[in-house]
Ligand binder design. Structure first.
Ligand code: ADP
Ligand code: ADP
Ligand code: ZN
Length: 215
């Protein structure tokens, strides 16, 4: 199963991808996570991507396409994967089709998670993640069960993304509407696009996605 979780910043892509890893045995491929790792490691890609990410602009297509091309060929992706945050431009969508073709793979579903802009700002502003295992949380909507302790691994240090502030979210939303949302007709023409109500609670969204995948 190859699946794209599609939606604006804060829509819940990462949250649902983490659940699908467990429920459906798929691997989450988040270009945002990969780019942040590259920035931290100060690789050539990381150095090139850093400023764009900090300001909320898209990183160049050649960098993310290169990262994904390498990643989907890896052994752990053989059982299926979830693209979280890729593709974000028409050029990335076309490159993905070529990569999948070359490897004899086929895209099964593109799931659009629809969320109102106001809710996105609230979601992004309260987002944090476990520093050890990466599990995602929210101050109000998905707190840890025990305050200050990760539900998944018991670690006690957490991180917040520097780009999760009001100004950067506005820039990221502009990029989403200008460059990313226009890719949707490409997938509806291919007959792979399904919309889910991303405004619903995390469990309800998970159930709606599962019903699409298991149909
Ligand atoms: P979000 O929570 O907004 O969906 P991500 O973690 O997916 O954020 O992405 C963080 C940043 O990384 C983006 O604002 C952008 O600068 C960069 N980025 C991630 N994926 C891509 C991509 N496919 N194309 C271009 N830039 C990307
Ligand atoms: P994305 O990967 O699309 O940027 P995330 O999955 O990181 O989004 O979700 C953004 C924030 O909103 C996180 O703090 C997450 O815990 C929270 N969140 C995710 N889904 C929902 C939901 N359905 N309702 C309320 N909050 C949610
Ligand atoms: Zn953890």
């Amino acid at each position: 199963m190859i699946l794209i979780l599609f939606g604006p910043p804060g829509a819940g892509k990462g949250t649902q991808a983490q659940r699908l890893e467990k429920s459906h045995g798929l691997v989450q491929l988040s270009t945002g996570d990969m780019l942040r790792a590259a920035v931290t490691a100060k690789t050539e890609n990381g150095v090139r991507a850093q400023e764009k990410m900090a300001s909320g602009k898209l990183v160049s297509d050649d960098i993310v396409i290169g990262i994904i091309n390498e990643r989907i060929a890896a052994e752990d992706c053989k059982g299926g994967f979830i693209l979280d945050g890729f593709p974000r431009t028409a050029a990335q969508a076309e490159a993905l089709d070529e990569m999948l073709n070359e490897q004899g793979l086929k895209l099964d579903h593109v799931i659009l998670m629809r969320v109102d802009d106001d809710a996105l700002v609230d979601r992004v502003s309260g987002r944090f993640a476990c520093g050890a295992c990466g599990a995602g949380y929210h101050d109000s909507f998905k707190p840890t069960k025990v305050e200050g302790v990760c539900d998944e691994c018991g670690a006690t240090d957490f991180s917040r993304r520097k780009d999760d502030n009001r100004e950067t979210v506005a820039t990221r939303l502009t990029a989403y509407y200008a460059d990313t949302a226009p890719v949707l007709p490409y997938y509806s023409e291919q007959g792979v696009l399904t919309q889910v109500d991303g405004m619903a609670g995390i469990d309800e969204v998970a159930a709606e996605i599962a019903s699409v995948l298991d149909a």
